[in-house]
Design a protein. Structure first.
Length: 345
């Protein structure tokens, strides 16, 4: 098992860091959403947990704010104030919300963070339109910055990767569990880096870019974010099977019931064990999810996934070590990596 580097054990209060970054970004995010068409703005606010259907104020969870934190910390890491990364944080948060709205429609997911998804609450067409509006607003936000052209090229590249990853994820569903056409672990890694890692890397790199960072610093933060995104996605896969629904907001064994090609299952199928052979037969027959969970763990899928995630956290740490980070941002970025790895797994 790959050890977590000692530098990741820094005594940083990560929830406090996330809260600080959210507070820095929130006024600008509110202002941006306030410029939207009122109906689109309401759906956006609902997706962020700010209101209920109809616009009544709410205080639902809008997520941890990891991407916006990476943008703020990316600016601070190159010696700029966190406020320099706020336009990057807003843009990336808007793109993330856009991707979730469309993702929920494509997957048919009825709930997110213990509330009906936007398409379920408002309808499919309105949810798609709101997603489009969020993306347009993200572009407008970055275009208004001094580094507008460079920032937009960076966001566009990340979005292209995200779409590529989402396409692969959808195509994986039609492929068999075993045999020459099965999904390989290497294909999963490429999908996850595109679908999840690209936007996390973009968040940190955009923050550094708007903070005046050197090209090498921007590139290093992009690499770190991409590795962090891979770990983040794999841990999400673990939580989708073994996480507490009261904590994750996801239904019990939801990914298994939807027959998603997640890393723990793929890793378990790669095992030469008898449990792996039984698991393959079970998956082909579409049998009980609970029995599937037992076999995935017995075949080493859970342990392999967590070990894989640790490896990507180590890669993120190595990328951060390639550049001289300013102030406390380096320690906070490393602590954030460790925090995301350990969340309820």
């Amino acid at each position: 098992m790959t050890p977590v580097p000692p530098a990741l054990q820094a005594p940083v209060d990560v929830p406090l860091v996330l809260e600080r970054c959210r507070e820095v970004v929130r006024p600008a995010l509110l202002e941006a959403v306030g410029r939207m068409h009122p109906w689109m703005g309401e759906m956006a606010a609902y997706s962020f947990g700010w209101c209920e259907v109809g616009g009544a104020p709410a205080a639902a969870s809008g997520g941890k704010g990891v991407r916006q934190a990476l943008a703020v910390l990316g600016a601070e890491a190159v010696g700029a104030p966190g406020s320099a990364g706020v336009p990057a944080a807003v843009a990336v948060e808007l793109v993330h919300a856009f991707s979730l709205l469309h993702d929920d429609v494509m997957d048919g997911d009825p709930a997110r963070r213990r509330r009906p998804t936007v398409w379920k609450a408002y309808g499919t067409g309105p949810a798609v339109l709101a997603g489009d509006a969020l993306f347009a607003l993200a572009v407008e936000t970055l275009a208004a910055t001094e580094a507008g052209a460079s920032a937009l090229r960076m966001l566009s590249a990340a979005l292209s990767d995200l779409v590529r990853g989402q396409a692969d994820d959808l195509l994986f569903a039609a492929r068999p569990w075993t045999g020459p056409e099965r999904v390989r672990s290497a294909e999963y890694r490429a999908m996850a880096e595109h679908k999840t890692g690209a936007l996390l890397g973009c968040a940190a790199a955009l923050g550094a870019l708007l903070g005046g960072g050197t090209p090498s610093a921007v590139a290093a933060l992009d690499r770190a974010g991409r590795s962090l995104g891979l770990a983040f996605q794999i841990v999400d896969d673990v939580l989708g099977i073994w996480g507490d629904p009261e904590v994750t907001g996801k239904p019990v064994h939801g990914d298994l019931r939807e027959r998603k090609k997640t890393f723990p299952v793929l890793a378990a199928l790669d095992s030469p064990s008898s449990e792996a052979r039984r698991l393959a037969a079970l998956l082909k027959s579409g049998a009980d999810a609970q029995e599937t969970v037992v076999l995935v763990e017995a075949a080493g899928g859970r342990a392999a996934a967590l070990d894989e995630a640790r490896g990507h956290i180590a890669a993120a740490e190595a990328a951060l070590a390639d550049v001289s980070l300013q102030g406390t941002a380096g320690d906070e970025l490393r602590a954030l990596s460790a925090f995301l790895l350990r969340r309820d797994v």
